[in-house]
Design a protein around this ligand. Structure first.
Ligand SMILES: Nc1ncnc2c1ncn2[C@@H]1O[C@H](COP(=O)(O)OP(=O)(O)O)[C@@H](O)[C@H]1O
Ligand SMILES: Cc1ncc(COP(=O)(O)OP(=O)(O)O)c(N)n1
Length: 269
């Protein structure tokens, strides 16, 4: 059994965060490991409150599971603070997780919830850029995160290419720019770049308001693929196909944005 570790926050609504990651790991056939960073009070209306865990507890979880169970691939989600980011970077070095080690590391630079609530404190972005981008095997920003990390406003496919180029120079081995928020594009393309070759991951765009957890689901399917030994390009194609089906099968729940569904993979039809 292969393992995949998520270093992420808890979403009480079960749509995003570590709940989305574990559900995706399960349906992709890998054993999910968790290092919890924060607990959010969250539902379909938004993030109402949160409590961050002490950085040494986050690092302790990573080191404990790595030493005993082994980690075949890891990902980040909500990291909450610069202190937690620094603790994660140190623990990942000790556990051999990252672009310069054996264990692939997917850095999903989750900066805000889809409702617009920041999930970082003020120093978090700088710590993410300095500590985690150079350790990433794959960085998976959405277009808002591209703007935060580079200052680039992306409104076209050409600009997605330019942003991927700039981001890859900041240290990750690969950049996967997610195109879910590209307005006016009839399709939904994510772009993978390794510093020399662009791979356009094409998929249909579904007309649904229910996309809570789509980014987490994409990054965790990618992590599951890497944990099963797929090369990065194959794992990215697998993740794109997985999240497309999850968005297609998203379901309404609560008053606002419902979750995407990793369950499509378990359904008989
Ligand atoms: N309406 C949609 N139809 C199909 N795929 C989508 C749709 N919205 C997002 N996706 C896919 O879901 C994933 C997350 O995309 P995006 O919305 O850009 O990031 P985030 O969820 O982090 O804001 C990407 O793989 C993207 O292509
Ligand atoms: C605890 C927690 N982690 C991450 C998120 C971000 O999820 P969401 O708002 O749905 O955005 P994507 O998963 O689509 O990137 C969250 N809300 N809560």
């Amino acid at each position: 059994m292969k393992t995949a570790l998520t270093i992420a926050g808890s979403d009480s609504g079960g749509a995003a965060g570590l709940q989305a990651d574990l559900r995706t790991f399960l349906t992709c056939g890998v054993h999910g490991l968790v290092a919890v960073t924060a607990v959010t009070v969250q539902n379909t209306l938004g993030v109402h409150d949160r409590a961050d865990l002490p950085p040494h507890i986050v690092a302790g979880q990573i080191e404990a599971v790595a030493a005993d169970m082994g980690v075949n691939a890891a990902k980040t989600g909500m990291l909450a603070s610069a202190e937690i980011i620094r603790a994660v970077a140190e623990a990942c070095d000790k556990a051999g997780i990252g672009r310069d080690f054996k264990t692939p590391f997917v850095v999903d630079p989750v900066a805000a919830s889809m409702h617009g609530t920041p999930l970082f404190d003020d120093d978090g972005l700088a710590a993410l850029r300095d500590e985690l981008l150079p350790r990433a095997t794959v960085l998976t920003p959405n277009l808002d995160e591209v703007r935060l990390l580079t200052g680039m406003e992306v409104t076209t496919r050409d600009q997605m290419h330019q942003a991927a180029f700039v981001l890859q120079r900041l240290g990750p081995r690969y950049v996967l720019v997610k195109g879910g928020h590209l307005k006016g594009d009839p399709e939904c393309m994510d772009l993978l770049f390794d510093g020399s070759t662009f791979v356009e991951l094409e998929g249909p765009r579904f007309d649904t308001p229910h996309t809570h957890g789509a980014g987490d689901t994409m990054a965790s399917a990618l992590t599951a693929g890497l944990s099963r030994g797929m090369p990065v390009v194959e794992a990215a194609r697998f993740a794109k196909a997985f999240v497309s089906k999850a968005v297609e099968n998203a379901y309404p729940m609560g008053e606002k944005v419902g979750p995407v569904s990793a369950f499509w993979r378990l359904a008989p039809e």
